[in-house]
Design a binder for this molecule. Sequence first.
Ligand code: AP5
Ligand code: MG
Length: 216
Amino acid sequence: MEIVILLGAPGSGKGTLAVELAKVSGIRHLSSGDLLRAAVKDGTPAGMKAKTFMDTGNLVPDELIAEMIEDVVRADTKTQTLLLDGFPRNVPQAEILAGMMARVGVMLRCALLLDVPDDVVIRRISGRRVCPACGAGFNVDTLPPKQDGICDNCSAELIIRKDDKPETVQHRLEVYAAQTFPLIEYYRGAEKLVTIDGSSDDLAWKTQAALQKIRG
Ligand code: AP5
Ligand code: MG
């Protein structure tokens, strides 16, 4: 297995791009946020611990999310390329990941940065709607469902994510700038950073651009 890390601000389109990449290339998408939201929904001990951090737009403790990611990586004996969306989220997590990859025998292919200005991420987050049943993501402005408020895949009623309230979004952007942004220099220094312009709404173009960068 090789790992591709997906970097980008909240609302930069990491999840949307990762789902599309999985469809066209078979790259597996593993989202730390989705893993945590599932744990919260299932009421597991990890989920109960994570909930308050997530609802307020803060990062959950490093060890909590690192253990969840390692469990998935260890259990996966089939995937060739694993796209990590949302992990690592700070330099200590990047160090934890490096140790984990050495233990499990996994290589880092690259860290792909989705570069998107703040005004675009705020606009995208304010239009985001998600399916509580199957996890699919939509946007009332840019990627609307076929029927207003209804999931295209499973017909469940779409909801707004709890952490998408404007004041929480602002805090998530601050957390990103303080804790996650330094990872860009970290992976540039390791000569692993590749970047695509994530501001375009053309998802097909973005997916092809990402594939080209990943395949180098
Ligand atoms: P997480 O779920 O990872 O949230 P995030 O990083 O804030 O990112 P988002 O999911 O909000 O945005 P996205 O980039 O995936 O954008 P999307 O594709 O939806 O984390 C949530 C929380 O979990 C954190 O706050 C933290 O508490 C915790 N957590 C997670 N990982 C952690 C870790 N490693 N350590 C500690 N804590 C952790 O797109 C946004 C919108 O734009 C959508 O509506 C979409 O439809 C639209 N859109 C996207 N791309 C396009 C496009 N090309 N064209 C048109 N519309 C588009
Ligand atoms: Mg996401």
